[in-house]
Design a protein around this ligand. Structure first.
Ligand code: DGT
Length: 204
């Protein structure tokens, strides 16, 4: 790592929650949405799916940028592993109701793939964060109301930790940011693998 470079982070994600996590941690990321079609990845497990999509998002954005040695591109993708299935965002209200009816009182593992790549150095680092999520034994009426709010349809796994869904998550084992969509301690390790201290990305 060249210590004199003031690195800048480009977040290849439309997720406002991911950007907010970075902003809160002192990192003003530039957002460039990848626009990748997530259906092209047909992996059958959550780990492989989330990592392949994170890599595709980061590399798609990186490929369309001018060569800047100070630019780093981060792609993320979150999916929920539950009873052998891999859940992204539900396709419909009915699917969200069906998922919550199955999930209530049980637990799943939220996987968020992270892929970080330098534009010029060719350096890259990737990993998957996993957080076990224990769902509350919610009632049918709570499920109906939550799905009617529209929130579950916007998010991987049909639940949030920091939104209305927070009332329906009893506890988690692992990094909460990873559930929201970006694990800051994992990002710190990826940057360290590229010999870049996360503190060098902090706003001045
Ligand atoms: N605020 C919040 N958002 C969540 C939570 N869990 C999942 N999400 C959102 C973050 C992402 O927008 C979305 C996960 O789906 P993806 O990883 O495919 O990202 P998305 O398609 O939204 O954006 P991207 O593909 O990265 O441009 O769900 C949560 O606990 N809190």
């Amino acid at each position: 790592m060249q210590t004199d470079i003031a690195y800048r982070l480009i977040l290849a994600s439309a997720s406002p929650a991911r950007r907010a996590l970075l902003t809160g941690a002192g990192i003003d990321a530039e957002v460039i949405v990848s626009g990748v079609d997530e259906s092209v990845v047909e992996a059958d497990d959550a780990y492989t799916t989330s990592l392949a999509l994170a890599r595709m998002k980061a590399r798609t954005v990186a490929a369309n940028l001018p060569a800047d040695p100070a630019a780093l591109v981060l792609g993320c993708d979150s999916v929920l592993a539950f009873e052998g299935e891999v859940f992204g965002k539900p396709d419909s209200a009915d699917e969200a109701i069906k998922r919550w009816t199955a999930m209530r009182g049980k637990s799943g593992v939220l996987h968020t793939g992270h892929h970080l790549t330098g534009l010029v150095s060719g350096l890259q680092a990737e990993a998957v964060g996993t957080t076990t999520v224990h769902f509350a034994d919610v009632t049918d009426a709570e499920i109906e109301a939550y799905v009617a709010s529209g929130e579950p349809l916007q998010v991987a796994g049909a639940f949030t930790l920091d939104g209305r869904g927070g009332a329906f998550v009893e506890r988690i084992e692992g990094d909460p940011g990873n559930v929201i969509g970006l694990s800051l301690p994992l990002l710190r390790r990826l940057l360290a693998d590229m010999n870049i201290p996360i503190t060098s990305l902090w706003r001045r």
